[in-house]
Design a protein around this ligand. Structure first.
Ligand SMILES: *[C@@H]1O[C@H](CO)[C@@H](O)[C@H](O)[C@H]1NC(C)=O
Ligand SMILES: *[C@@H]1O[C@H](CO)[C@@H](O)[C@H](O)[C@H]1NC(C)=O
Length: 116
């Protein structure tokens, strides 16, 4: 009986994890919102995809690649947690996960399309 119960618990735990993964992947990406949030909050340092604090660490694709920030996850992490050593503040308390995902998609999109 105990075994059955713990099997059932694992089953539901796995179900829950899968559900969250699916849910995370189904976030609606809104590039327009990303663009708007970027221009309101990131352009003080990153106008035109530049970097006014560390001129080599731009948001252009080659720089993102060199700094291993050329994935959505890496950009989400960077925006959420900031990077003290690069003088970038954390935005995790200011925006929802969805807003940060939108910013990250906007940034990577601009970089990959060379549209900064
Ligand atoms: C970004 O940097 C480039 C190269 O230094 C410069 O030509 C351009 O004017 C800058 N863009 C903005 C919006 O500051
Ligand atoms: C987040 O919001 C607070 C309160 O409005 C503000 O003081 C802070 O500068 C913001 N953080 C960033 C990284 O912009």
């Amino acid at each position: 009986m105990k075994l059955l119960f713990s099997l059932l618990c694992s089953f539901f735990a796995i179900l829950l994890i899968n559900f969250q993964v699916v849910f995370a992947q189904n976030l609606e990406i809104d590039l327009d919102e990303g663009k708007q949030l970027f221009s309101q909050n990131c352009t003080p340092c990153h106008a035109g995809g530049n970097n006014s604090v560390n001129p080599t660490q731009t948001l252009k694709l080659d720089a993102l690649e060199n700094n291993k920030k050329d994935t959505i996850d890496a950009i989400i992490y960077q925006v959420t947690n900031g990077q003290n050593s690069a003088g970038m503040p954390a935005f995790g308390d200011n925006f929802s996960e969805e807003q940060i995902a939108n910013i990250a998609h906007f940034v990577l999109n601009q970089a990959k399309n060379n549209s900064w």
